[in-house]
Design a protein around this ligand. Structure first.
Ligand code: ZN
Length: 495
């Protein structure tokens, strides 16, 4: 009998191993769509130093976004707009400019073939402020636009005037050379991306929608070629195919107020504490599948160690190991699940008084597999039975974006641009953890992608919204070439 069971176990183990081996063998990058649309890319001479100097000039306009309700300085936006006209005359001669909500810029470069869906290129005109306390840590004037040691220094160099300038450099160079697109190209440059895009991107997207525009694709910032991808230690071009949602719940606990000398078994503070702990620990599904993470690993599979390939290809077998390994790294975990972060506490006015009401804020970043309604229901379920505790959204949550296709011909085009810009580094789709303007264009484009053709080091990435923001002159050149490639190959020369 025992031998019989042992034999069965051996057969079962062999079957599992065989299935895992087959899945690992078949775990290869998904094929890209045929790029029937690609036209030859014209060889355009780029003067990178002159372009870097122009980016420096753009950084001198202090187009700072401030929170709603705070005083807003419109003058730098007007000055920047006037400067763009003089810096990029050939582009302004071929593209129609519309000013939306006083500050945002919508350009249309009409193509010769109205049957082709337009391509939509996004960037933003505004920047975040430079915090007062950080000013003495800057190695260059934050709004000086200095070009030094091979870098353009200043707030906005990487986020996002680098893209703005590179897109315009590319379009201007093509226009100056007489390039005539077959496909219409729309450029939408919002002026309030850093504070939600309400006046800029949302208004421009609505305008396009009212005109019946459905773009072939929209391309925005959000992902780059990272110089050192953690799983491979090599450059990898990451294309954002979706972005996480956002929502904050307010957890409130109410109990009888009174003197702390005769406390009841539970107080508002202990009830709130228990609620926070329970929500923080509530089960949230975490896995590679059902989101961009598995597509990313699949795309990179030829570069990955066998152990990772075997595990990723056989999540049905190895999910506990994957969750333990990846869950330990906050950045990896954020790709695989909705995250929960208690961020604020409020309540109590005196050390010897029991407060009647205390509250906490818990911030969620929603994975595409979870809806805000499911998350709220789970949080409410988690605190069930704790007396006096309520959980509600502090403000309307934003769902995760839909996930764009990796088998579309526009993804193939952007992949080709990314591969060239990254000197043949592998290209993989991924999930963007923050928010960009691109989400507002989901209704007016077949697919929305987030990618800038720049190779960024950890240092350059840390400057974004931080100290010593800068972009290398080499990246300025790489980005211009990337956008020339994208426009020429994607919009095609008119016959
Ligand atoms: Zn940005």
């Amino acid at each position: 009998m025992l031998r019989w069971i042992g034999g069965l176990l051996v057969i079962a183990a062999l079957a599992v191993a065989a299935a895992a081996a087959v899945r690992t063998r078949d775990f290869v990058p998904a094929p890209l769509a045929d790029l029937a649309v690609a036209a030859p890319v014209p060889d355009i001479a780029i003067d990178a130093d002159a372009a870097a100097a122009r980016l420096g000039q753009a950084l001198r306009f202090q187009t700072i976004s401030v929170q709603q309700g705070q005083p807003w300085d419109a003058a730098p936006f007007a000055a920047q707009r006037a400067w763009l006209e003089t810096a990029y005359p050939a582009f302004h001669a071929v593209a129609k400019r519309e000013i939306v909500n006083q500050e945002s810029l919508l350009f249309t470069w009409e193509g010769s073939d109205p049957a082709l869906k337009p391509m939509l290129l996004l960037a933003h005109l505004d920047v975040v402020p430079v915090e007062e306390w950080s000013k003495d840590q800057w190695e260059a004037e934050p709004f000086g636009g200095e070009v030094r040691d091979g870098f353009v220094w200043g707030r906005g160099a990487a986020d996002d005037k680098g893209s703005l300038v590179a897109i315009l450099e590319a379009a201007n160079a093509l226009a100056a050379q007489g390039f005539k697109p077959a496909r219409t190209i729309i450029f939408a440059f919002g002026h309030d991306e850093e504070v939600s895009g309400r006046q800029g991107a949302i208004a421009m997207a609505k305008l396009l929608k009212d005109r019946g525009v459905t773009a072939w694709f929209a391309l925005d910032e959000g992902m780059v070629i990272v110089e050192k991808y953690p799983l491979t230690d090599t450059p990898v071009a990451l294309i954002g195919i979706g972005e996480k949602g956002y929502g904050t719940v307010r957890v409130t606990a109410e109990a009888t107020a009174g003197h702390s000398s005769t406390p009841p078994p539970d107080t508002a503070v202990t009830l709130l504490s228990e609620a926070i702990i329970r929500i923080h620990r509530m089960p949230i599904e975490m896995k590679l599948g059902g989101g961009p993470a598995i597509d990313m690993i699949r795309a990179l599979s030829p570069q990955l160690p066998l152990t990772i390939r075997v595990a990723a290809a056989n999540e049905w077998l190895f999910s506990p190991v994957i969750n333990q390994q990846l869950g330990a790294d906050p950045r990896a975990a954020a790709l695989l699940r909705t995250t929960i972060a208690p961020t604020m506490l409020e309540g109590g006015s005196k050390e010897n008084v029991l407060p009647g009401r205390v509250s906490a804020m818990i911030n969620f970043r929603l994975h595409p597999r979870d809806t805000s309604a499911e998350i709220l229901a789970a949080a409410q379920e988690a605190v069930r039975g704790i007396p006096g505790v309520t959980v509600e959204w502090a403000s309307p949550p934003m769902e995760a974006s839909p996930v764009s296709s990796t088998v579309s011909d526009s993804y193939a085009l952007i992949s080709a641009v990314a591969r060239a810009a990254g000197d043949n580094a592998p290209v993989a789709p991924t999930l963007v953890l923050g928010g960009t303007d691109s989400r507002h264009y989901l209704g007016v484009a077949d697919n929305v992608y987030r990618f800038t053709p720049a190779i960024l080091t950890d240092e350059e990435i840390s400057g974004i919204h931080g100290v010593n923001e800068k972009l290398s002159v080499a990246n300025v050149e790489r980005m211009i070439k990337g956008y020339v490639h994208l426009i020429a190959a994607g919009a095609g020369a008119a016959p």
